[in-house]
Design a protein around this ligand. Structure first.
Ligand SMILES: [Zn+2]
Ligand SMILES: [Zn+2]
Length: 199
């Protein structure tokens, strides 16, 4: 994990981490009408501070699907879903915390091949996650303007859908954000499974 990123400022309200170059006191995600700046005003924390009193809770949903949430609840209560797949595991959406427990858990399941994110309310500390597991982050190009701290890990995809592996696909459905996407895993249940974030 990159120690410097640990200290970067993170929006307390939505968990988005900002690069050092961001010097003004606003969060573009919270200023947007789909989120909200708290009445008490914009405030910041850091991943380092968050680690002091929070941990990642891991819940099994089925043999190929686990849920990660920050406990106790932080920011907008994001959850990430960890999809275990033969040709590479996927993190669907992201959470603003990355602790040793979840890192070890993911390694024990074969690591992480990619991160894919439904929309900007989950960007949080995606750069730290991607750099920890040396993987890419798939984000639809229509949401490019909302990416504030992706580093070199973000890969923008275009069009209606994109194939990953093991028949898994991302679909751009728009709505909540222009780039809002869902992930389809046809073999996860009898009728197929769609993971949708809050889209
Ligand atoms: Zn924010
Ligand atoms: Zn949202």
């Amino acid at each position: 994990m990159n120690g410097n990123d640990n200290k970067l400022k993170m929006c307390t309200e939505c968990g988005t981490q900002y690069p050092e170059s961001h010097t003004d006191n606003t969060c573009i995600i919270c200023e947007d009408e789909r989120q909200a700046v708290p009445q008490s005003g914009q405030s910041w924390t850091s991943h380092e501070k968050l680690l002091e009193k929070h941990s990642v809770e891991i819940k099994k949903i089925n043999d190929n699907l686990y849920e990660f949430v920050v406990n106790p609840r932080f920011s907008i209560g994001q959850r990430a879903l960890f999809v275990i797949s033969e040709d590479g595991n996927i993190l669907w959406d992201c959470i603003p915390l990355l602790d040793e427990g979840v890192i070890e858990f993911i390694k024990s399941k074969g690591g992480l091949k990619t991160i894919a994110i439904s929309h900007p309310h989950y960007y949080s500390i995606m750069k730290m996650w991607a750099e920890t597991f040396t993987c890419k982050i798939y984000i639809h190009e229509k949401d490019k303007e909302w990416v504030v701290n992706g580093g070199n890990s973000v890969e923008y995809w275009k069009g209606d859908h994109m194939k990953l592996w093991n028949q898994i696909r991302l679909h751009n459905i728009g709505g909540h954000f222009d780039g809002s996407s869902v992930i389809e895993i046809p073999w996860m249940s009898e009728k197929g499974t769609l993971l949708i974030g809050d889209t």
